[in-house]
Design a protein. Sequence first.
Length: 178
Amino acid sequence: MKRVWKAGPFALAVMVFAACLPGFAAADAALQTVPNARLVGEGQMRFLGFRIFNAQLFAPEGTYDPRQPFALRLTYLRDFKGTAISSQTIEELQRLGVTDKARLTDWKNQMDTIFPNVKSGQTITGVRTKGGQTEFHFQGRKIGTISDRDFTRVFFDIWLGTRTKNPSLRARLVGQQT
């Protein structure tokens, strides 16, 4: 009995320490939301030499299929306002050819409501659900959903589509390059 009591506080301390590590909870959210989630690939986004975020892609059995559930976890390496993240997302969607102003405005409003301000080391995980929706998790906690399947497709195309601005990051994420 004494031995179990000593192991209990140690195990609790390990779990508390692990939960404080950047991205730990977000990885857990990805694993819970995507069936049999395994890491497909990972890479880092840089812009003009500045490190922006680390990205990890999780998919069933580690095999990415854009028509199946997957999770893209971004661990930010700089501080950003949530509204700046949504504004940059809209710019990328426009670059990818989305021109419907009403739809872009609707998506921007939804993202402005969902995305929190982030500090370096914090994570936002976007999950493509089985139903084609996008769920967002911040530090492992679900913070919102955008139900529009068209949004899901073009949103993830920013990083995972063939017309991405960063093809080398895409290749690393989808497991085509180490």
